[in-house]
Design a protein around this ligand. Structure first.
Ligand SMILES: [Zn+2]
Length: 147
């Protein structure tokens, strides 16, 4: 049920724009250690281990930190990369940040609702018609099936 998956976000304090700003301690109390490591410390889950990588059911993907709707199942595709992949996004849900860590130039993607780390976005791989791949950690998102 959609309401069950998203009920954990109902009590989050939000500002006038609906954004969630918590202290590190508050995030630690709310998130699992793996979610905290990925969302708040820009970690990456081990390739091929995320439960949503090959997940195909119709529904919506929400931020695991604040519940913001980020992707829909129509955006999801099988990239073979070992993480959930999307070739489109919900408008105004995701911010892009230049990431020069690990000696690479990549574009980090974050949730606009809580600034939580989602993964990286890659353009020009020609994997789908839209030519975009959002490479997202399973731990950064929760799935709400279509009612
Ligand atoms: Zn969020």
């Amino acid at each position: 049920m959609t309401t069950d998956v998203l009920s954990r976000f109902a009590d989050l304090p939000r500002d006038a724009e609906g954004k969630v700003t918590l202290s590190d301690e508050e995030w630690r109390a709310r998130l699992s250690p793996e979610e905290y490591r990925i969302l708040r410390e820009s970690g990456t889950e081990m390739r091929g281990t995320g439960p949503l990588t090959n997940h195909d059911a119709p529904g919506d993907y929400h931020c695991a930190g604040c519940g913001l709707h980020l992707y829909s199942s129509e955006h999801k595709f099988h990239s073979g990369c070992g993480w959930p992949a999307f070739d489109d996004e919900v408008p105004n849900a995701i911010t892009r940040i230049e990431d020069r860590s690990h000696g690479m130039l990549r574009t980090e993607i974050r949730c606009r609702g809580c600034d939580g780390h989602l993964g990286h976005v890659f353009v020009g791989e020609h994997l789908t018609e839209k030519n975009v791949r959002h490479c997202v950690n399973s731990a950064s998102i929760v799935f709400a099936p279509k009612a």
